[in-house]
Design a protein around this ligand. Structure first.
Ligand code: 13P
Ligand code: SF4
Length: 349
């Protein structure tokens, strides 16, 4: 278990991590990519960590794969690759470094380990979980199979390795509809996100049945809130993630994966946008899009926010916490994830 007080004590003995205007100046190229949302006073606090993490990364031959929900100082300051779950999974197959530090949640680190088992995969905090991944076990998948015999199981990547191993194929928010449509038969089981399943069902030719899990971040948004906001700011474009309820998705001008959202905003450059997803999304792209005013209401993922610069530095310094997946489970889970990646690649050709 991570004892933050002793982590701090150890780090302070080995690194000078005091806020520093000099170090802020030395990293001003990075700061300029995020100065719309990070104050210069905060950057003086972050800069010493950014410098040490980037130095240690080279020493350990490590690469940092970061999800779009990481805070701006991680996303812009230390990540080597940023993306949505599908992009991170594909990137994990290509990593040649010895070490992957996964800045995201545990299922993402497990996916990297499953796809590139010879690498050491580290996660800076083991408590970075996910309400969807916690909502189902391999027994739950077996229950669904018993209830709908012969129907293929499409599991969201937001699941444990055991659940992936018990599934026929995985999907992410970027490819869920295409994966479901490619399945044989009329009925398809989707686990564990009921709202993603319902949003896919609205567009699919298949009879979709689902597990009743949900994301504690996206389920908080309501259609009433969005309508009220639109009344207050009528020219705001509403962009939602498909983990939101179907009634929220019905209010949105666009729905897509976290990277789908980034691409849509870049392409359309609306004057005002409300990202109906995790708070760091808007913060991370704010500097690239000075012409877009982002609406403030957002919900924070408490699991993603477990990952901090301090814990990343600790992770690289102490080579903790290693993510281990039972090789037999990993081999089965790999089939489900690789099927998804292969199918996704063949669909975009
Ligand atoms: P994306 O695959 O769209 O990045 O979503 C992952 C996630 O956990 C969203 O809550
Ligand atoms: Fe899981 Fe929701 Fe957090 Fe994404 S935002 S990691 S789905 S709890």
């Amino acid at each position: 278990m991570l004892d933050i007080e002793s982590v701090r004590e150890t780090l302070s003995k080995h690194f000078d991590l005091a806020p520093s205007l000099e170090k802020a100046e030395a990293t001003k190229d990075i700061y300029e990519t995020t100065d719309r949302v990070v104050s210069s006073a905060d950057w003086a606090i972050f800069a010493p960590y950014v410098i040490e993490i980037n130095r240690l990364k080279k020493e350990r031959n490590a690469v940092i794969l970061a999800h779009n929900y990481m805070t701006p100082e991680i996303y812009h300051g230390v990540a080597d690759f940023v993306g949505d779950s599908l992009q991170l999974a594909i990137k994990a197959t290509e990593v040649e470094n010895d070490v992957i530090v996964q800045c995201g949640v545990h299922f993402m680190a497990e996916t990297s380990k499953i796809l590139n088992p010879s690498k050491k995969v580290l996660i800076p905090d083991l408590k970075a979980g996910c309400s969807l991944a916690e909502s189902i076990t391999a027994e739950g998948v077996a229950e669904m199979r018993a209830k709908y015999p012969g129907a293929p199981v499409v599991s969201y990547v937001n699941t444990t390795a055991e659940v992936k191993a018990a599934s026929d194929i995985c999907c992410t928010s970027a490819n869920a509809l295409q994966i479901v449509e490619a399945m044989e038969g009329d009925t398809v089981i989707m686990t564990p996100d009921q709202f993603l399943a319902q949003n896919v069902a609205a567009l699919s030719t298949k009879n979709i049945v689902w597990w009743a899990g949900s994301c504690i971040v996206h389920e908080l948004y309501t259609a009433e809130d969005i309508r009220a906001y639109r009344e207050f700011e009528p020219d705001t474009m509403v962009i939602a993630h498909p983990e939101c309820t179907p009634s929220v998705v019905a209010e949105a001008d666009f729905t897509g994966s976290t990277s789908g959202i980034v691409d849509w905003i870049h392409k359309n450059k609306p004057a005002k946008a409300m990202l109906v997803t995790e708070c760091s999304m808007a913060a991370n792209i704010a500097d690239e899009l000075p012409e877009v005013e982002f609406a403030k209401p957002c919900n924070m993922c408490p699991f993603m926010k477990k990952i901090t610069l301090e814990k990343i530095l600790w992770s690289l310094y102490n080579m903790e916490h290693e993510v281990v997946v039972d090789p037999e489970v990993a081999a089965k889970a790999r089939l489900a994830v690789e099927r998804m990646i292969d199918l996704s690649k063949s669909l975009v050709k």
